[in-house]
Ligand binder design. Structure first.
Ligand code: G4P
Length: 523
């Protein structure tokens, strides 16, 4: 059994937009030697290399629509960082990406504290008790009282916070951080944000050097640290791994300060690839047999080929170039000669991948989100969610002769999770559902750009969608007969109820108690 996977650290960053996710990602890539100078990776407002017209659109809008994967070595670890879209209209993508990680880094804006999206993402992490490391960012600004921030993490996010280092001053007076465990001050020196900074250390808060460094404030700071030691949680590895306690680091991503300390501990503490649940059994990463699941499909990463890449998390065994995989849903063995790996957004051919790694498979339409691949066994990994959309539009063609292209386009876009599509049973409408408004814009843009279809949206009287589940076929037939306007099939062929109002949904649920109306569906 290969133990190579044990140095893998596969994680994603969760944060509210503007907290500093992009900035900290870039600094991590500096430490991983994937870039030499920060400021070269895509910046929201900086000029950025667009790999397709569609991404041109995201550039114009200043949002990141797509997730990508970055792999880099750090110390003895091989780190896999899964990027997630920052805009909440694409949150489904983020939720699914979080099913493919073993830990998460939570970035909090020190001036703003715990914000909405962080709360939501934390809820998703909690579903699997994902261990979380926290980074309180922007210490170079006037932030909120760090004790208050810790309290907020505990009360709002319901997780114990254990500070590992403590900030000394803030804003213009930011002097550095004090490591509560090693009794070392890491001294802040501004202006080193673009490269790997020097790590200036002063040993001992009671030392003469510390007195010199902290000058006038030294007594206050010593007192504060005493207080912090008494009033906060101690770090506990077991509680961290159980998702019940988060180690908290303070720093400034922009100045690349505190990031290294966080990363050093991250590779040490964050879990190696964890076992995954499949329908019939648990799959452990050290198993000989290969297995993995697809959590994301991204279209047209290369505009010349108009191809789609399925992102697969390897859960056990080893991928080797040219190997045969069993595509469980369609029951076929396929030879994979050209899986790709990801380095700072660039694709590279992978020869080998182990549990925890992410590989990209070229998808010619046969792979869907949630698909499991194995070395032969009929396994089905669970827990990849699909959420009922919150917004609905009827989509209409400008040119009625293009119905086929429209259907094909919507089918593919729904398979890759860019939108959801519903076909009501009693008419020829096509209803498109999204979690956020921007998803509609992206779909219209891509239909035109990739499928040559010009479509317009019209309002439609749908409040929400629910997947119908039941063994009671009679009741299902009754529903179809009595409420013909409300029943549809989605892009994957699943029976769905389209409710016109909240009241309508409640009434239907009451009348058809034999049926389950689900707001989420596991893929
Ligand atoms: P996001 O991906 O989480 O949305 O955040 P991003 O890294 O883009 O950071 C949001 C803004 O916060 C950026 O400024 C960024 O420069 C700034 N920022 C990130 N980390 C720090 C920090 O440690 N200290 C300070 N003072 N600012 C920080 P912007 O003006 O919106 O963008 P830009 O023009 O700098 O690109």
């Amino acid at each position: 059994m290969s133990r190579k996977f044990q140095n893998r650290r596969t994680f994603a960053i969760i944060s509210h937009p503007d907290a500093g996710k992009t900035t900290i990602t870039e600094k991590l890539l500096l430490f991983g030697n994937l870039i030499q100078v920060a400021g070269t990776v895509k910046g929201k407002k900086s000029d950025r290399h667009a790999t397709s017209d569609w991404m041109q659109m995201e550039k114009e809008r200043g949002i990141s629509v797509t997730s990508s994967v970055m792999q880099f070595p750090y110390k003895d670890a091989m780190v896999n960082l899964l990027d997630t879209p920052g805009h909440e209209d694409f949150s489904e993508d983020t939720y699914r990406t979080l099913t493919a990680v073993d830990s998460a880094l939570m970035v909090i804006d020190g001036a703003k504290g715990v914000e909405d999206r962080t709360i939501k993402l934390m809820d998703v992490c909690r579903l699997r008790d994902t261990p979380i490391i926290s980074f309180v960012n922007k210490m170079d600004r006037d932030i909120r009282d760090p004790i208050e921030l810790l309290d907020e993490i505990e009360s709002v996010l319901k997780i114990a916070g254990a500070p590992i280092n403590w900030p000394i001053g803030m804003g213009h007076d930011f002097k550095g951080v004090y490591n509560l465990y090693t009794d070392t001050i890491h001294v802040f020196k501004p202006g080193q944000g673009h490269t790997i900074p020097e790590d200036i250390q002063v040993a001992g808060i009671d030392s003469e050097e510390a007195t010199e460094l902290l000058g006038y404030y030294v007594d206050d700071i010593r007192e504060e640290i005493e207080l912090v030691r008494g009033a906060t949680h101690q770090f506990d590895l077991e509680l961290f791994l159980a998702g019940q306690l988060t180690p908290v680091f303070f720093g400034t991503a922009l100045s690349n300060f505190g990031v290294r300390e966080m990363l050093d501990h991250f590779v040490q503490w964050a879990p190696a690839p964890q076992p995954r649940l499949a329908v019939d059994r648990e799959v452990t990463p050290g198993e000989e047999q290969f297995s993995g699941f697809v959590f994301k499909i991204q279209a047209n990463m290369d505009p010349k080929h108009r191809d789609r890449i399925a992102f697969m998390r390897v859960c056990s065994g080893r991928y080797q170039q040219g190997m045969k995989m069993h595509h469980v849903r369609i029951g076929k063995d396929i030879r994979i000669a050209d899986a790709v790996g990801f380095k700072a957004g660039d694709r590279v051919a992978v020869e080998e991948a182990v549990a925890g790694d992410i590989i990209g498979l070229h998808n010619h339409g046969t792979i869907q989100i949630g698909d499991t691949f194995t070395g032969g066994e009929d396994l089905k990994f669970t827990g990849i969610p699909h959420f009922a959309p919150e917004l609905f539009r009827r989509i209409r063609l400008k040119d009625p002769l293009k119905t086929k292209q429209l259907q094909k386009g919507l089918q593919q876009l729904s398979e890759e999770g860019s939108t959801q599509v519903f076909f009501p049973l009693n008419n020829n409408d096509i209803v498109v559902g999204a979690v956020g408004q921007l998803q509609f814009d992206v779909v219209a843009y891509r239909l035109k750009d990739e499928y040559g279809v010009e479509a317009v949206y019209e309002p439609v009287n749908v409040y929400t969608a629910r997947w119908i589940e039941s063994d009671d076929n009679k009741k299902i037939e009754e529903l179809k007969r009595k409420v013909p306007d409300g029943v549809a099939v989605d892009g994957g062929g699943h029976l769905t109820y389209l409710a016109s109002t909240r009241v309508n949904l409640a009434l239907t649920e009451e009348r058809y108690q034999e049926l389950q109306f689900r707001a989420t569906r596991e893929l």
